[in-house]
Design a protein around this ligand. Sequence first.
Ligand code: PGA
Length: 248
Amino acid sequence: MRKPIIAGNWKMNKTPEEAAQLVKDLIPLVKDAKCDVVVCTPAVNFAAVKPVIEGTNIKLGAQNVHFKASGAYTGELSADMLKASGVEYVIIGHSERRQYFGETDKTVNLRTVAAVKAGLKAIVCVGEMKDEREAGYTDMIVTYQTQMALHTLTAEELENVVVAYEPVWAIGTGLTATDEQANETIGVIRKAIAAKFGEEAAAKIRIQYGGSMKGSNVKGLMAQPEIDGGLIGGASLKAEDFAQVVNF
Ligand code: PGA
């Protein structure tokens, strides 16, 4: 059985002081969680958050990683830097990075390879836009994005990858995919992985749903057989809200 994983994506929110307070509030609320719990905070907050979550079941995550080990890449962070800061998970290819910062399927692949080779766990995001779903291209898009992101990994490296299916039209909009839509598309992603890595690897990999997931809809989504967790934006910014999702 796949262990569920619920990760908070704080995006560009929280100062170090606010971040430390949020995890302090979160610790008692999620201590009995049956899933893996991750908080992906802005990098400036690692030093404030890490000592607070030390020895708890909350894991530290980042929101991006560069594919080179070092060099003239102003504004970027390497996988080794993240590792050295206590980071275990990193989100890669979030649709906001694809939309606003020129992220491509190619760079998503490079970042994913760099992350897992450095010993990080990658949360690789895929998902269709609204017009793509309406045109009937969802399966094609998520298959292509998934295979492009992962194709150069070995099956062993794939064990350190989580995929997040995030329909772009559901992110931050209050619109959620229906339980069945999310389950069906995650099934398509699992098939795309099976085609590249075999049935065994596909059965093992955890695939999250993301897009306006919250306390009120988490139960239905998590009851679906293909859905192994969530990547949570808005509802991860308050301890009580996030705990409701974690304790689905
Ligand atoms: P949301 O964001 O929960 O606010 O829709 C999810 C995400 O972007 O990962």
